[in-house]
Structure formats: C-alpha cells, structure tokens
Design a protein around this ligand. Structure first.
Ligand code: 3HC
Length: 695
C-alpha cells in the first residue's frame, strides 16, 4: 500500500490499482482530497497496472465539493479538480468509479469522468448544487445530458434529487450494480473484465447523440420553464442551471459549453442567494447541536406513542410515527370524533401518491383509537397532547397523565405558545415534560419546535431531537416564551400588517410586497386560506376590528368565497371593493387620513421588527443561536431560503441599517419599534447579528 497523502491510499489488486479516499465525514472534495486524487491518479497512471478503481471509505462516495471552502480565499473548485478530471478521462487504462452512499455534486462530476461507474443498490447519485443556489461547476451540466438526455438532465439539475442506483442504472448513469457490501470486489471484477474484453474507454464528453436529438427544439426549454415557473419563482439558480443545459445543446463544442458553465457558476457563487443558501445548509445541521446535551446523551426508547386529540393536528402527528413503523394510540373523549379522525388518517394515506395500498394498510394498522387514557396510555413511551389551547384543560390532562403513564414516559404538549413550565408544574415529574410544537399540516410541515422547559431532562431533549430526525422533521430547540420562537416573531409581522392597513395600505398591497419578497403568500391571503373565524367568537364580536366586521358579514375567507379578498369559483383571489370600503370607514372613524405607503415602508415595517424580536429572543436565551431562528422561519413560515432567514437577512441588509430604521420608526410611530438593547450594542461594537449568542 502506498500512502498518497493523509486522506488517500493506493493499493494493488492483481492488475488493478485501487485509489481509496478516506476523508470523513463525507469525503468532500477539500484541497487535501483534490491533492490526493491528483497524486493518486498520477501514480496509478505511471504504474504497470491495467486498470484503476476509485473508491471511498466511510459512509459515502464523494458527496461533493467542500462547501465550507466556498467563499473562503482560494476556495471553490480549483484548477486541480479539473486536472484530476482530465487525467481520469484521458487515462489510457480504464478508470472505474465505485460508488456507495451518495455521489453528489462534484462527487458525481468526478465519477462522470471515469470510463465506467459501478454502484451498490443502496447508493444514490445526484447534482444537488441548486439547493445551495449553485449549479454543477465541474462539468456536470455538460456531461449529464450527454448520458441521460436533456429532459432528464433538466429535471435532475433543477430538482437536485438523489437518484437511486437502480434508476441510475436504467438511465445509463451507472453501468453495473455490485452486490451490497461487496463494492470493491465488484468494481475490481468489472475492471478486469473491461481489460479482458478490451472495453472502449468511454469519454462522456464525446457522447453527443442525446444532445443532437434536442438540437433545434427550443420548446423543450420553454416548456420546462413554463411548467416549473411557480416552483422556481424568486430563485436564481434554477434558471442558470437550465441555461447550462441549453449551452450543452447549442454550443459548438464541449469546451464552449464548459466555459459557459464556469461563467454562470461564478456569477451564482458571487451572489447573495447562494451565500444565503450555503449558510442555511450549515444552519440546519447546526440546529441539531445542543451545547449542554452532548451527542452521547442516553436516549429513551420510543416504541409506542400516545396522542390526545384526533383532530387535524393529532391525526397529522400520528401519521409521522406510523410512517416510520412506530405504534400509535389516539385517545378522544367520544366515539364520533375518534372515528372521524381515524377515517381522515386513512383518507390522507389513500390520497398520498407515495404510499402503496399495502403500505397504507400497514401504516393505518399501526394507529389505533381509544376512549380511555387510563387504558391506552399505561404502556406508552411518549404521549403528545394535541387538544385546544386552554391552560385549564391542558393542566387537567397533565395531572391525569402523571397518574397514568409509566415512569420515564415522556409527557409532551403540542401547545403553540402556552407556558409549558406551568403545564409541567401540575405533574410530579417536570423533568419528563417537553413541548413538541408541530406545524399544520403536521404530516407535511418539516419544522418541529422542541420546547425546553425549566426542568426538562437532557435525555428527554436528546430523545426528542433524535425522534424528530427519525420522523423526517427539522427540529429546533427553543425556550418557553409566549408563541415560542416562530409565532412570537410572526406576531410582529402581523401587528404591522394590520397597522399598515389602518393607515392606508390595502391588504393586497401588503400581501404583494411580502409575496415579491419571496413568501408563498402574504398575511391576509394566509388568513383567508386558514379561515378568518379561527379564534373568533360571534357572541363576543363587537365590530372592533376589520376581521370582526368581515366575519360578521360572513366573509370568513376562502371557504365562504370571500374574506379580505373576493374569490371566484376556482378560488382565484381578487381585491375586494367591500373590504376596501370597510377599511376606509375604519380609517375615517379614527379621524385620520389614509396615506400612500411605499412598498419599501411596507417591507421594512413588516420585516425589521421581526429581526429585532429575534435579537430579543436571543437576549432572553430562548433560542440557542441566530441561525436556529432562521431554520424556524425557513421551515415553518415560508421565509425564502435564498434570503437565509430573518437573522441572515438582517446581516445582508446590515444591522446598522436595521437599527437606524427601527429608531426612525420609533420616533414617528412609537415603541413597537423600540430596538433591542443587544441590537444597539452589537452595532456600537461593529458586530453582526450572526455574532449574537443565545441560550
Ligand atoms: N462539504 C462540507 N461539509 C459537508 C458536505 C460538503 N459537501 N456535505 C456534508 N458535510 C458535512 C455536514 O455539514 C455535516 O457536518 P457536521 O457533522 O459537522 O454537522 C456532516 O458532513 C454530515 O452531513 P449530514 O449531517 O448532512 O449527514 P447525512 O448523512 O444526513 O447526509 C449527505 C449526507 C447526503 C451527503 C448530505 O450531507 C448532503 O446532502 N451534503 C451536501 C451535498 C452537496 O450539496 N453536494 C454538492 C456540493 S457543491 C458542489 O459539489 C459544487 C461542484 O459542482 C463544483
């Protein structure tokens, strides 16, 4: 064995040289790995072997460029990666890439320069750069369509999806599947066969047939853009990816297409969107790390989960567990709502395109119902309460759970903002009480706010974080504060949106500005969708707010055909003259004159108080770090990931500018805009929001 460098070895198996990379955690193409590849292929090229296999140790084949190098001086794919690729492609002896885990981004781009690819069935391949606001910058956009064709390439580069090996084999991306666990043997056998059979040294770059087929058919691209316009709205990277595939088809040579790829890659890399999306990649992973709850904290086994409440929330939560094979029992007070809840779960499964009929039966079979907590919860490992938001009801439930559940069971509440310490106080085991705040629909939404109360035990936190991962959620640990992190910040935006309307902006003006910013919809369209009468009580309504008046008129949102907006039979919204008149009446009654409000003011008034609230949350130790707040907002509230999240966006704008605007607004509109003390301090110290420390 020859040690090429600290992450690369060269070994010999008969006539085959084997270059092995071992750079945990994911064999990313760091400078060391690139050097190892370069020197490894040089040495293998000079040896008397007849073929070369490239394989990786650890959990995966090369998972891409080293993202942490991007933006750093001398970072990003350097010439040496292209040199490695050239050496592989031009090797006079066959080069075989042996793939397990994931060959992603630069990893797949390296593999595409091998003459052949062998993979185990569990492997996946993909070009996920688009998720980082980038495009494959090492020839991927030029080589991929030469193998899989233009349509499939467009799909892969703009979705970033990871293609399973079997499918990759059918697409021609992989040449052979090796037996699971026997990749090295399989790849070496393939290499020996390639030599014995004198297989051609396939250079993907020279394969032009699939591109020829797409020449003179600009409609392929036009149709693709049209079909995906909604999905790509606001993002720069998908369009740049499409342009690269277009260049592959229309360029006079491979090199010309490659040059275009490099040009567009550079543009994205320098832009704010990719910076935000790369930041977000690490933010999401960082959120898993709890400073005082180390990775080796013991976990409580969760084999059976109890849920209280068979409504939309309880049912959605139950599905998450059944999806991963965990048994669930749902308790309701009466048979009818229980039956309805269980029937809805079945319907949801049947409607979903992913679950096959037998899978549906398996999952539905894991969820049972009961009318008795005493019966159902004796042996559960975790119980989640998902009833309506009333402290007295929750306290009553937790008193009963304390009496029923076995020692060590985790007692969780799905409250979206009530004080969990108060709930825990009625039990004799506050260490076992935690908040698991799912977002609606709970079987779809990715975010889970895990709420740590004063006495929550560390192993309860560790178990909840792990469980969240198991059920496919992105968990963020937050502290007890009204509305927790997400809703507390949302309240700022909601307050300003309502105030703006009373000053002269129309709901559709506010919605348009926030939609253009990148949210899927604005707050008024959102209210119409959810139903204006959520939390509204007819008997108590005195026409004091615009919402009261709309509800009193039976304009309760989309479901009644009218709310803030008017809706046609296809639920298309249009600005409503009725709403406009109600608003003008309100303004007249207040004795003020409506004023013209600029889009800029709408945006700043909705967004800056959110950033300021994020700072206060950190000040109070209710979030661990600024990036956790961003993860909450991107996953739970539709904050556009290409703007990183409220805290990252605040830094993009400049904390000093946010502070100056808050002060200006405070001067003219009062203390809703009072800057957080730490915002003042960090600006005085010349620091960034990212420098703030939380819990
Ligand atoms: N660069 C640097 N670090 C990376 C990385 C990368 N490409 N991919 C993963 N990591 C790190 C993670 O930050 C994490 O670090 P931590 O343990 O300190 O938090 C660790 O590796 C493990 O990652 P995950 O927690 O995500 O592990 P999983 O097993 O859940 O997932 C994965 C593995 C599927 C490989 C996932 O990490 C992933 O999707 N990585 C990104 C892949 C990617 O986007 N590749 C393209 C990069 S851009 C590129 O190649 C440009 C080229 O075209 C020139």
């Amino acid at each position: 064995m020859t040690e090429i460098n600290s992450v690369t070895t060269l070994t010999r198996d008969g006539d085959v040289d084997v270059i092995t990379l071992n750079s945990p955690p994911v064999n990313a193409l760091s400078a060391k790995v690139r050097e190892g590849l370069f020197e490894g292929f040089k040495a293998a090229g000079a040896s008397d072997s007849k073929a070369i296999v490239l394989i990786c140790e650890g959990r995966t084949f090369i998972a891409g460029a080293d993202i942490s190098e991007f933006g750093a001086p001398g970072g990003a794919p350097t010439a040496s990666l292209f040199d490695v690729q050239n050496m592989m492609e031009n090797s006079p002896k066959p080069v075989i890439a042996a793939i397990h885990g994931t060959a992603l981004g630069g990893g797949l781009e390296v593999a595409l320069c091998a003459h052949y690819r062998v993979a185990v069935p569990s492997a996946k391949v993909g070009l996920p750069e688009v998720a980082l606001g980038l495009l494959p910058g090492a020839g991927g956009t030029q080589r991929l369509p030469r193998i899989v064709g233009v349509e499939a390439a467009l799909d892969m580069v703009t979705s970033g999806r990871h293609v399973p090996a079997k499918q990759a084999l059918a697409m021609g991306l992989v040449d052979e599947l090796a037996e699971e666990g026997k990749l090295k043997e399989g790849a070496i056998a393939f290499a020996n066969r390639a030599v014995a059979e004198n297989k051609p040294l396939v250079k993907v770059r020279d394969n032009n047939a699939k591109l020829e087929a797409a020449k003179g058919k600009p409609e392929i691209f036009a149709d693709f853009r049209k079909a995906n316009a909604r999905k790509f709205r606001g993002f720069e990277a998908p369009e740049a990816n499409i342009k690269c595939i277009e260049a592959a088809v229309n360029s006079a040579s491979f090199e010309e297409g490659l040059a275009e790829e490099r040009r567009l890659f550079g543009g994205l890399m320098m832009g704010q969107q990719s910076a935000a999306q790369r930041y977000y990649f690490f933010a999401e992973r960082q959120a898993n790390k709890i400073p005082d709850v180390p990775d080796d904290t013991p976990i409580r086994p969760i084999k059976k989960v109890g849920i209280i409440g068979a409504g939309t929330m309880g049912g959605g939560i139950a599905m998450n567990f059944a999806n991963v094979g965990i048994q669930v029992v749902i308790v309701e007070q009466q048979q009818e709502p229980l039956d309805r809840g269980l029937a809805t779960i079945r319907k949801n499964y049947e409607r979903s395109r992913t679950a096959k009929p037998e899978e549906t039966e398996k999952r539905v079979g894991l969820i049972t119902g009961s009318l008795s907590m005493e019966e159902a919860f004796k042996d559960v490992d975790l119980v989640i309460e998902a009833v309506f938001e009333r402290m007295d009801v929750k306290k009553d439930i937790f008193t009963r759970l304390d009496a029923i559940c076995k020692p060590g069971a985790i007692l969780a509440t799905n409250t979206s903002g009530l004080n969990i310490d108060e709930i825990a106080s009625v039990t004799k085991r506050p260490q076992d009480v935690i908040g698991l705040h799912f977002f609606s629909p709970a079987n779809v939404m990715k975010l889970l706010e895990i709420v740590r109360a004063d006495h929550t035990a560390k192993d309860v936190i560790a178990t909840s974080m792990k469980l969240a991962k198991q059920i496919g959620k992105i968990a963020v640990l937050v502290g007890v504060t009204p509305g927790f992190v997400g809703n507390r910040i949302l309240a700022q935006r909601q307050r300003e949106a309502n105030k703006l309307v009373l000053e002269g902006a129309m709901p559709w003006d506010v919605d348009r500005v926030l939609y253009d910013f990148g949210f899927p919809m604005g707050p008024f369209a959102m209210s119409d969708l959810a139903g204006l009468d959520i939390g509204w009580v007819k008997e108590k309504s005195k026409g004091e707010t615009i919402r009261d008046v709309l509800c009193e008129m039976d304009r309760r949102g989309q479901k009644t055909g009218a709310g803030y907006y008017d809706y046609d039979e296809n639920r298309n919204a249009k600005p409503s003259p009725v709403t406009e008149k109600i608003i003008h009446d309100f303004i007249a009654k207040s004795g003020r004159n409506p004023r013209k409000i600029s889009d800029e003011e709408i945006l700043e008034r909705c967004i800056y108080p959110m950033i300021n609230e994020g700072v206060k949350i950190l000040e109070e130790g209710k979030a661990i770090r600024p990036s956790d707040i961003d993860v909450v907002w991107v996953n739970g509230y539709g904050w556009p990931v290409y703007r990183g999240g409220p805290m990252h966006y605040g830094d993009q704008i400049g904390a000093d500018k946010v502070l100056a605007k808050m002060k200006e607004f405070q001067g003219s509109m009062g203390d809703d805009f009072k800057p957080a003390a730490s915002l003042e301090k960090l600006v005085a110290d010349g620091k960034k929001l990212a420098d703030l420390k939380g819990a």
